[in-house]
Structure formats: C-alpha cells, structure tokens
Design a binder for this molecule. Structure first.
Ligand code: FAD
Length: 404
C-alpha cells in the first residue's frame, strides 16, 4: 500500500487492539480509527486476572487499560459489545447486521480457552474479566478445587486458591508441567514449585471423561472430585468468524513478518490470533504472550503508516507463581541442550534462584529464571547477539554443572 490509509478499523479491543490504536496515534496518524470489541468492557489487561484479581490484591477495575474517557483522548470511535462475524475485503460485518468499512483492517481478536470433549457447563475456564470475577467469588465457598492442566494459568490459579485455604489438586497429562515450552528437566523444576507449594500435583494423568461437573474419570478407571473443576489446557485462536475470508488459519491467521495477512492487501493481524513469519524458525509461529503482542502492535502501526519499524526485540514471557517470578527470554523451544547457569535447582537445591540457559548448535537461544530477575536480564543481550556457549558459561556462577 503506497498511500497512508484514512480510516483504520481494529477488530478486538484487548491488548493488541488498543496498543495498535495508541501506536497509530503516537506515530502521527490523524485519520479515523474504529475499535470493535465483542466484550462490553473497555480494554483491560489479562495477566492480572490470574494474579492480582484472583488473589484479591486488585479490584477488577484496576485491570482496565483505558476507560471511555481515556479512549476519547485517542479520538477513537468505539463499538463495544458487538462481535465481528465476517470480513469481506476491508469491510467488517457485525453480529447485529451492521458493517464497518475501513481503508485497512487490523485483526486482534485473540484466543478462546480450550475445553475438553464433553465438558459440562459448570466446569470453568479463565480467559476473561468476567471469568476471573466469578472464580474469585467462588473461592469464598470452596473447600477443594481440581485444576486440569499444569501450565502457567493452572499454576497461578492453584497459588491463588491455595492462599485462600482451598485444597488444590492439579492434573497434568505430560510427565512434567510446561514440558513443551521448557523441556523435561526444567519442567521438573516447575513440578517442584507445585509440590513444595502445597499443591497435590499428579503428572502423567489423563482424564477419560467427566462423570459430572464436579467429578472426572481418569485413565486408570478411578474417579476424582472437587467442589469446582477448572480446565486450563491452553487456548484456540478465535478464527471461526474468518472462515469465509479464505485466509490460511491453520494455526491462527498466517501473516508475514510485519503482520500483513498472507494473500491480502490492507489486512493485518497481531497478538494471540496471529501466526507471524519467524525468520529464526523458518516458519510461521504463533505466540500467546503479552510482550510479543505489544511489540507486534508497533510493527503493525509502523507498517500501516510507512514509518520506521521498531528495532527487533528478544521475546519475553513471565508468570507469577509460588512467591516468585518465572521468566523466560528468547526461544527456548529451539534448544538442543540446556545448562544450569545460576543456582542449584537442577542438582536438587532450591528452585528459587535457578537460571537455565538454552542452546542450539552451541549458541544461546533462550534462558529461564525462577525468582532470579537480576541474574536473568544480563542474558537478554547475549541472546540477541547469539553468544557462544563458552562466553555464556563464563558469565554464569555454575558453568560446570551442565545438563543434557
Ligand atoms: C488469565 C491470563 C493470564 C495471562 N498471564 C500472562 C502472563 O503472565 N504473561 C504473559 O506474557 N502473557 C499472559 N497472558 C497472555 C496475554 O494476556 C495475551 O497474550 C494478550 O492478552 C494477547 O492480546 P490480544 O490482543 O491478542 O488478545 P486479547 O487481549 O485476548 O484481546 C482480544 C479481544 O478480542 C475480542 N474478540 C474476540 N473475538 C472477537 C470478535 N469476533 N469480534 C470482536 N471482538 C472479538 C475479545 O473479547 C478480546 O477482548 C495471560 C492471559 C490470560 C487469559
């Protein structure tokens, strides 16, 4: 597109949608912007839903990024409480039969929580502000909670419930939590966080069916029940409404490295719904992380306006669990080797303070830290420059303790 568009329509009023609007304005766009959101709430932040809101340290309103007054400062037309149900070129069809046409469209509709086959209506998930408010309220009357899935959301909900005196059991189908993202050895450290934190974690445990909304049957034929069951097994890109668009939605909406939807002109996608071309992986890759979404919003805004794109960043993810920050820089999934850089968690010592490096072909591609933010941050630049293993180990406290 050679001309700067006059009217930008952004679909999805969450983190990615709002940040794109803010980036367009801060980069000098003076034309019209319309922000469409399925929820009635103004844009809000999701990480606090499973942290501060669930543990009661924040009232729900504090998660709001911008109220209607704040949105008015951006001079944006808002259409909230209306779901987009179709896209024809750069015209967005809404569920009430109306349509909004833009010169360009940005898709930022995120994901929905994955559910299990036959999941009863009384079994809960956590994705939205309303989910978090309902779950927090339910804690008052619970004595036991069964969580399916030991990922970051499962861990954070387990912490909040345990702190409220609820007896928590977590079921994980894989041998250790977060194995796909962090590998078996570091997953074992994550498992220790659960068990040392007072959670009954059962790995290698599969559900065969729901007996009712409070009881599951396991693959060994036994049953397990609790006052409430929460399923936290990941999410699915919200692409159903794009079914007739002809986009490649195999794993979210396929985009180039600037967020332009493949095979279109005038449509961009970002955030959890988008699968951007990732040169370092040599394929499209979809991230479901806060910082990636924010980074992508400035790339999309600069691409729409033809301004200088921001410098590349190192991916960053965090989770707050069991009294510490679990943080990751880089692309741990690319690694063929891990090495303990700080602490002694991999030798049976405390998990807190442990930092692990991830290497591919002898080059640092990622790090993960458990309650060690100051130590972790020094490796961000080394990941960006592709530092060699020896140079990384020379920076570390525990270079000799290498895992395979
Ligand atoms: C409980 C929770 C905790 C999290 N904690 C962390 C964390 O600690 N660290 C981290 O890195 N990431 C975390 N994340 C992930 C992070 O919040 C997401 O990566 C981020 O919100 C993605 O932004 P997005 O704009 O793509 O999607 P969202 O923020 O989900 O926004 C999408 C919006 O689009 C709307 N929408 C959907 N379909 C339509 C439609 N058809 N029409 C109109 N609107 C539609 C939705 O209602 C939603 O408001 C967490 C997520 C959750 C749910």
């Amino acid at each position: 597109m050679s001309q700067i568009p006059e009217h930008v329509v952004v679909v999805g009023a969450g983190l990615g949608g709002l940040r794109t609007v803010e980036q367009l304005r801060s980069r000098g766009h003076t034309g019209r912007i319309t922000l469409i959101g399925a929820e009635v709430h103004p844009p809000y932040d999701r990480p606090p839903l499973s942290k501060q809101i669930l543990n009661g340290t924040w009232e729900p309103a504090k998660a709001t990024f911008r109220d209607l007054e704040g949105l008015a400062e951006l001079d944006v037309t808002t259409v909230f409480g209306k779901r987009a149900v179709g896209l024809d070129g750069t015209t967005v069809q809404l569920e009430d039969g109306t349509a909004v046409s833009g010169d360009v469209v940005v898709l930022a509709t995120g994901v929905t929580a994955r559910t299990l086959p036959g999941q009863p209506a009384g079994v809960v998930t956590l994705r939205t502000l309303d989910d978090a408010i309902a779950l927090r309220g339910a804690f008052d009357s619970l004595s036991s909670l069964l969580i399916v899935g030991a990922g970051f959301i499962g861990a954070e909900v387990a912490c909040a419930a345990h702190a409220r005196g609820v007896q928590v059991t977590v079921l994980e189908a894989l041998p250790v939590p977060v194995e796909r993202a962090l590998g078996r050895e570091v997953g074992a450290l994550a498992a220790r966080l659960f068990t040392e934190g007072g959670i009954d974690l059962r790995c290698d445990t599969r559900i065969t069916r729901f007996v009712d909304e409070r009881t599951v049957e396991l693959s060994d034929g036994s049953t397990l029940g609790a006052d409430l069951v929460l399923v936290g097994i990941g999410s699915l890109p919200d692409v159903d409404w794009l079914a007739s668009s002809g986009f490649d939605t195999t794993n979210g909406v396929a985009c180039d490295a600037s967020g332009r939807v493949v095979g279109t002109s005038g449509v961009w996608a970002l955030g959890d719904i988008a699968s951007w071309w990732d040169e370092s992986r040599g394929r499209h890759h979809r991230n479901e992380h806060w910082t990636t979404t924010v980074d992508q919003s400035s790339i999309v805004a600069s691409d729409i306006l033809g301004t200088e794109p921001p410098a590349a960043t190192v991916p960053y993810v965090w989770s707050d669990q069991f009294g510490m920050k679990v943080q990751t820089f880089g692309r741990t999934d690319l690694a063929d080797e891990v090495a303990q850089l700080h602490g002694t968690g991999m030798d049976g010592g405390p998990v807190k303070g442990t930092v692990v490096g991830y290497f591919a072909g002898g080059v640092l591609v990622g790090v993960v830290g458990f309650g060690a933010p100051a130590k972790l941050v020094r490796y961000r630049a080394m990941i960006a420059e592709g530092a060699a293993r020896d140079a990384v180990l020379a920076q570390s406290d525990a270079g000799s303790a290498v895992g395979g």
